[in-house]
Design a binder for this molecule. Structure first.
Ligand code: GAL
Length: 659
């Protein structure tokens, strides 16, 4: 079943106002709501006294109307009485300032009082709702780490960090060894001497930093897992999820997704931003479990809680397009945020399907029309999934290492991953975004951008993948570090040098926008030149064949891109960041061919399949009408007509082709 939903806050409305909501939802095709994730104070108005009577009739009325309920555990905002009683559960920032209550996400997940209170409310809710008709699932908490709150520097965290280190290293000497504390006299004799990396006169020890951010990520996961266990124990028939934040980089979502039944994320696309950005986050989230939901999907102008600014109004057709873009990339459920704009509170400007006055206008009509379209094609989509032939490895240890030390100004690991992803996507291919632990054997090509932290096991795994016939793409900074964030003491790219058939002779970071010209000696770009900057690595080819080389002195004729054939496969080492157009051609030549090619910028093609049937989605995310040449004629499901091979797609247009 495909879910079409909205985020609903009955606690914001009078009974009279609420009465009008459900029939309107029904008319729009809504079949699920998410509720209650901020309503702890309604559920537990006094310590240990629980009330559900404010919500139960709403769930019942929704159920009566055929609308299912996903409940949020409300743990990101404890009631005020709890904060009065346990002020020590407030977070502390890196400068030692306590984070004040009044908004959300201000409590420390290592504070024992907070852990106990959270467990209490979740257990009571789970008991109460386990058998209630209409309730189908749970969202744990809300956007862990939102508003920069993943990392807390309070006393509870300091204690828990030392315990985490004891578990990992057993002795203080092992920590000293791992972090290389001989540098700047940071040796520890006792666990109690180990601090958190709070704000200090200059940068922290990278080993210390990496373990701290790993610990902060683990803290979130542990807090989540405690709730997951309670919910699965008491409500075995309900699914449990958490709403991730797409590219958010402070929590290892691969590890977190081991403890969800379904992956979800919250999608707030910039109406004029890069159209591949939502696709990237969709594919990140899909890759955790194979399918996903968008638990919050933008349906009106945003209204930032801290700045108080009203964001862009989605243009006609954009809400519908964002919806279909999610489905095209594998979503099986989408809930619009929010049903109706709130009259009070920090998000007064954050609009939903309805404006403040609850009058259904253009956005409501668009949601309704999209709901009708979904109803029409849902039977064809049900049971299909995206099956990608290309994988992009995005690893959190590497992301964190580069957060601390990007290497050159303007370099961002995640932007680099996105730039590589974009080049895949522009070829009309779906791409799974996987961790280093993934089974790569089902992918024809794997791209491992700037994979700096490489262990023996990982190097062996990548080697086996290539030997068996895989195509592996590596980019600057690969293999430079160990698992403790130390620099590798062998020629770069470290443990990947043999596989790549190159060593790095010299690195040139360009901090002031200078560039270097390179020319291609082989491949689809032969004899072409382009300028590269930011970070350039001069290669020494041991067994690899040079593909592109530097033209500028003092490095003229030094290879910067090379290909090494290894077993049945090959490895491409790119020591440069290519400009987008060059990257598109170069990478495109290494990837499997997509059925529909030469896509205009902004036109996205994806496929869902279940073996027997296949659907091809063609979406125009650009601001103009676009011509597309399909590989043949297709039945188009939304219009019921046959289209192709030549088609023109309107701005915000969508084709769903039966393959
Ligand atoms: C999300 C959050 C929602 C709401 C929304 C709009 O990040 O999960 O609760 O705040 O943004 O600001």
């Amino acid at each position: 079943m495909l879910y079409y939903g909205t985020c609903y806050y009955p606690e914001h409305w009078t009974a009279e106002q609420a009465k009008q909501h459900i029939p309107l939802m029904k008319k729009a095709g809504i079949n699920v709501v998410r509720m209650a994730e901020f309503a702890w104070c309604k559920f537990e108005p006094e310590a240990g006294r629980y009330r559900f009577d404010w919500l139960d009739p709403v769930i019942a009325a929704l159920h009566e109307a055929g609308i299912a309920t996903v409940l949020g555990t409300p743990t990101c905002i404890p009631p005020q009485w709890a904060l009065q009683r346990y002020p020590g559960m407030l977070q502390v920032d890196a400068d030692g300032r306590t984070r004040n209550p009044g908004a959300r996400c201000h409590c420390c997940k290592n504070a024992p009082a907070y852990q106990a209170l959270a467990e209490g409310i979740v257990r009571e809710m789970a008991r109460h709702y386990a058998a209630m008709d209409g309730v189908i699932g749970w969202q744990i908490d809300n956007e862990f780490g939102c508003h920069g709150t993943t990392r807390c520097y309070c006393g509870h965290c300091e204690k828990a960090f030392r315990e985490w280190l004891i578990e990992k290293y057993a002795t203080e000497e092992a920590v000293n060894e791992a972090w290389g504390t001989a540098f700047w006299g940071f040796d520890f004799r006792q666990w109690a001497e180990i601090p958190l990396p709070r704000t200090m006169p200059t940068g922290s020890n990278p080993g210390h930093w990496l373990d701290f951010v790993r610990f902060c990520s683990d803290t979130q996961i542990k807090f989540h897992k405690a709730q997951y266990d309670v919910l699965k124990g008491l409500c075995p028939d309900h699914f449990v999820t958490h709403n991730f934040m797409g590219r958010f980089g402070e929590i290892d979502y691969y590890k977190l997704s081991d403890h969800v039944d379904r992956a979800c994320w919250d999608n707030y696309p910039d109406p004029w931003g890069d159209p591949y950005a939502p696709a990237y986050a969709h594919e990140i989230t899909r890759s955790f479990k194979g399918t996903f939901w968008v638990m919050e999907e933008k349906s009106g102008p945003t209204g930032d809680a801290s700045t108080g600014l009203l964001g862009e109004q989605p243009e006609p057709g954009q809400i519908r397009r964002w919806f279909w873009q999610a489905v095209a990339n594998g979503a099986d459920g989408i809930a619009f945020f929010r049903w109706r704009a709130c009259l009070t509170g920090a998000e007064q400007y954050w609009h939903g399907i309805l404006d403040h006055d609850g009058v259904p206008r253009r956005r409501y009509k668009e949601v309704r029309r999209t709901g009708e379209e979904l109803a029409k094609v849902a039977p064809e989509i049900a049971g299909t999934r995206v099956e990608a032939k290309v994988a992009l490895i995005r690893n959190f240890d590497t992301l964190w290492s580069s957060e601390r030390q990007p290497g050159a100004s303007g370099l961002s690991y995640d932007d680099h991953c996105f730039e590589m992803y974009r080049a895949v996507k522009r070829r009309g291919l779906n791409c799974d975004i996987v961790d280093t632990t993934a089974d790569l054997s089902r992918y024809r090509a794997a791209i491992a951008p700037a994979l700096s932290i490489v262990t023996e096991d990982l190097a062996q795994k990548l080697t086996a993948y290539v030997l068996a016939g895989g195509t592996l793409v590596l980019t600057p900074q690969s293999g430079t570090r160990t698992a403790t964030n130390a620099m590798a003491d062998v020629p770069k790219p470290g443990l990947l040098a043999e596989l790549a058939g190159v060593t790095i002779e010299e690195v040139r970071p360009y901090h002031h926008g200078q560039t270097n010209e390179i020319s291609f000696a082989r491949g689809p770009l032969i004899a072409e030149t382009c300028k590269v900057g930011t970070w350039v690595e001069m290669l020494e080819c041991t067994t690899a064949e040079p593909i592109a080389e530097c033209r500028d002195e003092p490095f003229a004729s030094k290879p910067v891109i090379a290909c090494n054939s290894h077993g049945k496969g090959s490895v491409y080492y790119m020591g440069v960041h290519l400009p987008p157009a060059t990257l598109l051609t170069f990478l495109g030549s290494l990837l499997p061919q997509a059925p529909i090619q030469d896509l205009p910028a902004g036109v996205e093609v994806t496929q869902r399949t279940n073996g027997d049937k296949g659907l091809v989605f063609v979406i125009n995310n650009s601001r103009e009408r676009q011509p597309v040449v399909l590989d043949k004629q297709y039945p188009e499901l939304l219009s019921g007509e046959t289209v192709g091979p030549e088609v023109t797609i309107a701005k915000n247009g969508i084709l769903i082709l039966r393959a």
